[in-house]
Design a protein around this ligand. Structure first.
Ligand SMILES: Cc1ncc(COP(=O)(O)O)c(C=O)c1O
Length: 505
C-alpha cells in the first residue's frame, strides 16, 4: 500500500503543531525524522506501506527535497524503513510503542492537562510539563523574586575566584563527597546562627545547587512514591513540581494571616510524610507564621513523626524591623529540615543553596546527593566561603536591602497614584515582590496576558493555587530588579488593563 503524500503531510503538520517549539518556522531534518518515526512507532504508518517519493512529500510540506531525504536516510540507518532502488522507501516492521499518554500542548493554559497524545513523554513527564510554572522571562518589570543581579560585586568575586583558581588542590577539582566545601559550611553555620537563629554544626549543612535540588534529595531520601506532603496553598510551583515528579502527593493546606493553617480535618486525618512551609515570608502572599502556629506545627511533627521542610528563600530582605527567627531554631525534636538559597541574596544563576539537616540524617543526605548528582563546584564554593567570611556577603545584603526598600516604596506609591490609596496589597514590607490583589470577578490571567503584550510581567496569583476553586485573584509584582524610573510607567500599564478588564473567567 502506498501512503498518499497529501495525507501524510497533513498528519505531520497536525502533529507538528503539538510539539513544543515546533509550531512555526522552517522544518528541520531532525524534526521531520522524529515525526515520521513517531507515526511508525504508533502504527499510523504500518509495516510494508510505501512512503511517498521524497520530492513529492517535500512539495506537500513546503520543504526542500534534501530535508526529506535526510529524514529518510536517518530512518533507514535506524531500521525504521527499508529502501529498494527503483521501488521506493517502505515502512519496516517494528514493534509498536505501547501506551499513549496525553501530549504536551505548549499552548495549554497553566495547570491544565492537554487533550491529545504525545509520541515521546512519559505520563510523569507529561504531568510535569502540563503544570509547569517557570516563566520564560526572568528579568525586567515586574519579574517576581528576581534580585538586581547587576549589583552583584563582580570585581570582588573575580578576585576571590582568581585566588582559588591560582593553585587549586586536586580535591577542589574533583567530585565533592562531603556535602560541600568545609569552609563554606563553616561560614554558613555562623551566618545562619547570627542572622536566622539556626542551630547547627557545619556538618549538618549540605550544599546543593539550590532549593529545588534540596527538595529533590529530601523527597527521595525520606519519602516514597504515594507518600503525602502538606503544602501551603497558594504556594511555590517549583516545590509542587519537584514533589509531584518524585511521586509525592501534594496536599493543599490553606493559609491565613498566621501562615499555614491546616484544617481540623487535616489535623485529625492521617499524618503526611512532609510539611512544606515558608514561615518567614509565605510564598507568595507574604505573611510570617505566628509563633503559636510554629510551635503547633513542631508539636504535630514530633507527635506524628513527619518532617517539616522550612523553605527560607528570601528572609534576608525585611525592610522594617528584624525577621522572626527560623522555625528550625525553635525545634528541639530534630523534625525540621531548613533550606536556603543564594538565588535571592546574590544571583539565581549561581545555582547554590543549602540545607540544614537534623544530625541523624545529615550524612545520609550527603551520600544521597553524591549518588544522585556527583556534585562539585568546590572552587566556586571556596570563593563563596571567603566572600562570606570577609564580610562581602553581609555588606552586599545591606546595600541591596536599602535599594529594594526604596523600590518597594516607589511601587507602593505608584499603586496609590494609579489605583487609589485603598487598593489591597498583600505584603509585609519584605522580600522581592508584593501581590496586588484583584476583585474576585476580575480575571487575573487575562490581565496578566494583556500587560505582557506590553512587555510588563505580572504573574497571576491564581496560578499559584492548587485548588482553583479557592484561588484569589491578584498579580505578583517583583520590584527588586526594576530600575526606579520604570516603576511608575509599569504600574500605569497595569492600572489601565485593570480598568478595561470586564472580568468573566
Ligand atoms: C519559595 C521559593 N523557594 C525556592 C525557590 C528557588 O530556589 P533555588 O533557586 O535555590 O532553587 C524560589 C525561587 O523563586 C522560591 O520562590
Amino acid at each position: 500500500m502506498s501512503v498518499k503524500a497529501s495525507l501524510l503531510s497533513e498528519l505531520l503538520l497536525q502533529k507538528r503543531a503539538w510539539v513544543p517549539g515546533g509550531r512555526n518556522g522552517e522544518w528541520m531534518h531532525r524534526e521531520l525524522y522524529e515525526l515520521i518515526k513517531g507515526e511508525i512507532l504508533e502504527g499510523s504508518l504500518s509495516g510494508g506501506s510505501r512512503l511517498p517519493p521524497s520530492r513529492v512529500l517535500g512539495q506537500e510540506l513546503g520543504v526542500s527535497r534534501n530535508t526529506v531525504l535526510y529524514a529518510f536516510d536517518q530512518l533507514l540507518a535506524e531500521g525504521y524503513v527499508t529502501a529498494t532502488v527503483g521501488r521506493g522507501t517502505f515502512v519496516a516492521d517494528v514493534p509498536l510503542r505501547p501506551a499513549r499518554h496525553p501530549s504536551l500542548d505548549p499552548a495549554a493554559p497553566f495547570g491544565e492537562l492537554p487533550a491529545s497524545s504525545s509520541p515521546t513523554l512519559s505520563a510523569r513527564g507529561t504531568q510535569l510539563l502540563a503544570r509547569r510554572g517557570a516563566s520564560d522571562r526572568q528579568w525586567g518589570a515586574f519579574a517576581a523574586g528576581v534580585p538586581d543581579v547587576s549589583l552583584f560585586p563582580r570585581k570582588v568575586w573575580l578576585r576571590l575566584l582568581n585566588r582559588h583558581w591560582r593553585r587549586p588542590s586536586s580535591e577542589t577539582l574533583s567530585y565533592s563527597t562531603v556535602g560541600g566545601h568545609p569552609a563554606l559550611r563553616r561560614a554558613l553555620a555562623e551566618h545562619l546562627h547570627l542572622a536566622r537563629s539556626v542551630r547547627c554544626e557545619p556538618e549538618q549543612i549540605v550544599i546543593t545547587s539550590g532549593i529545588h535540588q534540596a527538595i529533590d534529595v529530601v523527597s527521595r531520601l525520606l519519602g516514597d512514591p504515594g507518600d503525602r506532603a502538606w503544602m501551603e496553598d497558594p504556594g511555590y510551583w517549583g516545590t509542587r513540581s519537584v514533589l509531584a515528579s518524585n511521586g509525592i502527593e501534594v496536599v493543599p493546606v490553606p493559609v491565613d494571616c498566621h501562615g499555614m493553617a491546616p484544617s481540623e480535618q487535616q489535623f485529625h486525618g492521617p499524618a503526611p510524610r512532609f510539611i512544606f512551609t515558608t514561615p518567614s515570608h509565605q510564598y507568595p502572599l507574604g505573611m510570617s507564621m505566628s509563633v503559636p502556629r510554629r510551635l503547633m506545627l513542631i508539636d504535630y511533627a514530633q507527635r506524628t513523626g513527619c518532617w517539616i521542610v522550612e523553605d527560607d528563600y528570601d528572609s534576608e530582605f525585611r525592610f522594617e524591623g528584624r525577621p522572626l527567627a527560623s522555625l528550625q531554631g525553635l525545634d528541639s525534636h530534630e523534625r525540621v529540615i531548613y533550606m536556603g538559597t543564594f538565588s535571592k541574596t546574590l544571583f539565581p544563576g549561581l545555582r547554590t543553596g543549602y540545607m540544614v539537616l537534623p544530625k541523624s540524617i545529615a550524612v545520609c543526605a550527603t551520600q544521597a546527593l553524591s549518588e544522585l548528582y556527583r556534585e562539585g563546584q568546590l572552587v566556586q564554593q571556596a570563593a563563596l566561603a571567603d566572600f562570606m567570611a570577609e564580610g562581602h556577603y553581609a555588606a552586599h545584603i545591606r546595600r541591596v536591602r536599602h535599594l529594594y526598600a526604596k523600590r518597594y516604596a516607589l511601587l507602593r506609591q505608584a499603586i496609590t497614584r494609579h489605583l487609589g490609596p485603598n487598593w489591597p496589597v498583600a505584603s509585609q514590607d519584605a522580600g522581592l515582590h508584593l501581590v496586588l490583589l484583584l476583585p474576585d470577578e476580575l480575571d487575573d490571567v487575562r490581565i496578566s496576558n494583556e500587560v505582557r503584550a506590553q512587555q510588563i510581567l505580572a504573574r497571576p496569583l491564581s496560578h499559584y493555587y492548587q485548588s482553583p476553586e479557592k484561588a484569589r485573584r491578584g498579580l505578583l509584582l517583583g520590584y527588586a530588579c526594576v530600575p526606579e524610573d520604570l516603576i511608575d510607567q509599569g504600574v500605569q500599564v497595569i492600572a489601565r488593563a485593570i480598568g478595561t478588564a470586564h472580568s468573566p473567567r
